[in-house]
Design a protein around this ligand. Structure first.
Ligand code: AP5
Ligand code: MG
Length: 216
């Protein structure tokens, strides 16, 4: 099964994708992570997109579609992808559909985590990520401690786009694009809405219930 996890910045897409891959044989594809990796490695692409990401704008569809193509075309990933933060535009939806068709696959379920703006701002301001094990924590809401995190504290970092100005831009960009994407998957009958304001385990229980009922 392939699925899409959708929602505003800070909705918990990465957090819940981590929970899903710990329990299902699926692989997370976060376009945000792929793009940040290009920046970290200082590739030509990374240098081009750095200021776009730091301003909270969307990277061009061509760039993102090319990254996704590599992943979908890899036989190891056949029917086991969680798309986190992709597609975000109608053009990305069309590109994804074309690729999936070419490689004889489909999206079985789209999960939308809806969360209010004030809540996501607080979540993003407190977010820290381990650069070694990639676990996501929150200084206020879900701090790393000796029970939930084994790596040294020095690996915990903030994202460069997690500042109050960029957060607002990211949120506004999301709001502008959202409706068309959700409408598209709603018409296909595969959209599931989950209240992302709940605590992490409650949200995960709902996601698990949905995934366990998918027949393919
Ligand atoms: P991306 O990395 O996808 O960022 P985003 O969409 O802004 O989403 P986030 O990663 O910020 O939030 P999340 O929902 O994953 O939340 P998380 O689980 O970490 O994209 C970054 C940029 O890349 C974009 O702005 C754009 O420039 C570019 N880009 C990416 N994809 C693109 C595309 N397809 N096309 C074009 N450009 C693209 O949780 C957040 C925090 O909250 C954490 O601290 C976590 O511990 C905490 N938390 C999570 N859930 C809960 C909960 N239920 N209760 C309390 N705390 C919680
Ligand atoms: Mg994320």
């Amino acid at each position: 099964m392939n699925l899409i996890i959708f929602g505003p910045p800070g909705a918990g897409k990465g957090t819940q994708s981590n929970n899903i891959i710990n329990n299902f044989d699926l692989k997370q594809v976060s376009t945000g992570d792929l793009l940040r990796n290009e920046i970290k490695l200082k590739t030509i692409l990374g240098k081009k997109i750095e200021s776009i990401i730091d301003n909270g704008e969307l990277v061009s569809d061509d760039v993102v579609n090319t990254l996704i193509r590599k992943i979908i075309s890899d036989p190891k990933n056949l029917n086991r992808l969680i798309f986190d933060g992709y597609p975000r535009t109608i053009s990305q939806i069309h590109s994804l559909e074309k690729l999936l068709k070419k490689f004889n696959q489909k999206i079985s379920v789209v999960i939308n985590l809806y969360v209010e703006k004030d809540i996501v701002s607080k979540r993003i301001e407190g977010r820290v990520i381990c650069t070694k094990c990639f676990k996501i924590f929150n200084a206020y809401l879900n701090p790393a401690n000796s029970k939930n995190h084994k790596c040294e504290k020095k690996y915990l970092e903030k994202r460069t786009d997690d500042n109050s100005k960029t957060i607002l831009n990211r949120y506004e960009t999301y709001v502008v694009k959202t409706k068309a994407i959700l409408d598209y998957y709603n018409k296909k009958g595969i959209l599931h809405e989950i209240d992302g304001n709940q605590i992490i385990v409650e949200i995960y229980d709902k996601i698990k219930g949905i995934l366990e009922n998918i027949k393919d």
